[in-house]
Design a protein around this ligand. Structure first.
Ligand code: BDR
Ligand code: CA
Length: 312
């Protein structure tokens, strides 16, 4: 099994990503760390526990990390994910399971004490940047680092040029690209926009004999589907975060190229991912930018793992 820390901000698509990760036997989830993004960190951590409860895995520890971006003021995405971050279903907190404090320290300690740990980040990169600032040495042995965030050839989703996770904390994103000792694997909007959970898929799920999972997925995605219809005129919802998990497990799902990448921290283009495609800066390549995706394979992985026994 591959040891991972999942850093997230649940968030509807984060919830789906956690479900996929939990149901994937290849992964040993050492802990879930949460920072502010879609919702404030404490709320996100409680949401993560709700997902663990649905998956009967409340043994996985959840840590609250940074509550504010490094420099910018916090802007959440409660218009997209609902006031409660899970589609305004107002699920009650799981009794007897509390998130722990100290997300950043957990990341540092885990990297120090365990071999071959990877991090999959599905949120603004605040926790990761902080952990690098606290103890960069701890990252010397990191296995892989995958981030869902950014955009290369594709437009942004919260400004014409910026993707949400990097826009919320551009200083953290830039810091991570410049200081991560391994190449940053960027699962940006170029690939995640291809992963759409359609009403057809939901209808299919309803027939697969796992009422609990289906009900939860249907309930949390309703608000998100409404948002996509109003905002982009599409039927269904783009589920960004599960792709980072799917790609971590099966590298054949996405392909791309290595570039030098940085993130704009100020001005009109704040949060923009700057990919030096033509090597103007002559800087060492610090990222693998994924631009091609097998969306069918991704959806099949998602369905087959969350609803096993119904393999397509
Ligand atoms: C990213 O922003 C968040 O709203 C989603 O959870 C995802 O991580 C997509 O831009
Ligand atoms: Ca997210």
């Amino acid at each position: 099994k591959r040891k991972v820390i999942i850093d997230c901000d649940p968030g509807i698509d984060d919830a789906l990503a956690l479900m996929l990760a939990i149901k994937s036997e290849e992964l040993e989830i050492l802990g879930i760390t949460v920072c502010s993004g879609n919702v404030p960190a404490k709320m996100g951590a409680k949401n993560a526990i709700k997902v663990l409860e649905i998956c009967e895995r409340t043994d996985i520890p959840v840590y609250i990390g940074e509550e504010l971006p490094l420099v910018r003021e916090l802007v959440t995405a409660q218009d997209t994910h609902g006031e409660d971050g899970l589609g305004e279903n107002n699920y009650s907190d799981v009794e007897g399971v509390e998130p722990k404090e100290g997300g950043v320290q957990f990341i540092v300690d885990t990297l120090k004490n365990e071999e071959n740990v990877s991090i999959i980040a599905l949120a603004p990169l605040t926790n990761i940047a902080k952990a690098l600032q606290v103890d960069k040495e701890a990252f010397a042995n990191i296995d892989e680092f995958v981030t869902m965030g950014g955009n290369f050839k594709s437009n942004g989703n919260c400004s014409p040029v910026a993707e949400f996770n990097y826009w919320v904390d551009p200083h953290a994103a830039d810091y991570v690209y410049k200081n991560m000792p391994v190449k940053v694997q960027m699962i940006g909007l170029d690939v995640t926009r291809e992963i759409v959970l359609t009403p057809n898929r939901l209808e299919f799920m309803s027939r697969l004999g796992n009422e609990k999972m289906y009900k939860f997925i249907k309930e949390i995605t309703r608000f998100y589907i409404d948002f996509h219809w109003k905002q982009e005129g599409i039927i269904g919802c783009v589920i960004n975060d599960p792709l980072a998990i799917a790609y971590f497990i099966d590298k054949s799902i996405c392909s791309g190229k290595e570039y030098f990448v940085e993130v704009e921290e100020v001005g009109k283009a704040i949060g923009m991912t700057i990919v030096d495609e033509f090597d103007f800066y002559k800087k060492e390549k610090n990222a693998l930018v994924l631009t091609e995706v097998d969306s069918e394979k991704t959806m099949k992985m998602f369905m087959n793992r969350i609803f096993p026994g119904n393999e397509e």
